[in-house]
Design a protein around this ligand. Sequence first.
Ligand code: ZN
Length: 293
Amino acid sequence: MNPSAPLRSRLAPTPSGYLHLGNAVNFLLTWLRVRTAGGTLKLRIDDADSDRTQPEYIEDIFRQLDWLGITWEEGPSGPEDFQHHHSQLLRRERYRAVLAELSATNALFPCTCSRKEIRAQSATGLYPGTCRERREVPDGEHAIRVGVPAETVVQVGSAAVPLGSLMGDFVLWRRNHQPAYQLASLVDDLDDRITCIVRGADLLASTAAQLFLASKLGPTGAPFRAITFHHHALIPGEGGRKLSKSDNALSLHAMREAGVTPTLIYQAAARLLALDPYAIESLDDLLAAYRRL
Ligand SMILES: [Zn+2]
């Protein structure tokens, strides 16, 4: 990244459930970084790859951001504006065009395997490569995958991520005619001229997958390869498991009903940053403490 270029980052929730504590902390860490750098923050709701999108979950995103006091400069102002002007479902042709660019590299193949067939053939859950040599597009429903050689390792900052053994040949286009997350997220980050991404450590493999795609795109993908990535530790869920949308008790929605205040969320972010949580009462306190880091 050009160090003099203004920092541009984004909040990118998926509307497949209520936002949880982990999402909130990620948003705060992103917001802090953008505010201290005098950068620009975009709200982007990743709804292309979800069969579980509900209007209620989209409303929840705006409600919780407002509750946390998080502001953004670009992106939808509310649920209606989102549906009419910002939904990824409106950008299908754009994703198709990048898919066609990737297809020109001969790295893609159509795949007719069902989840059940893949499970039956693969002990690891990784795609077993059944359709890898297929070049003719079959009639009827199929996904499109990108071939990832087993030995592929992608460097993400100081981490060497073994993408081939972690993800295998991953899906770019789904059987339901929508782009998969890895493709839509990459294209949006390129189009939004994002220079900095703050993500949970659980998305390290996704970052590697997107960098792998960006390298296939040549000069078009170069701005993505110049992004600075920060992968932060996760807030553990019950029993130390990764927090997920199914941990209803830790949804912001449920926490608010139980009387939790934003201060508690700011303190959780402070803890992750190794700041003294008891010195933090407001978002301003958190920002001030972050600036002193
Ligand atoms: Zn297949």
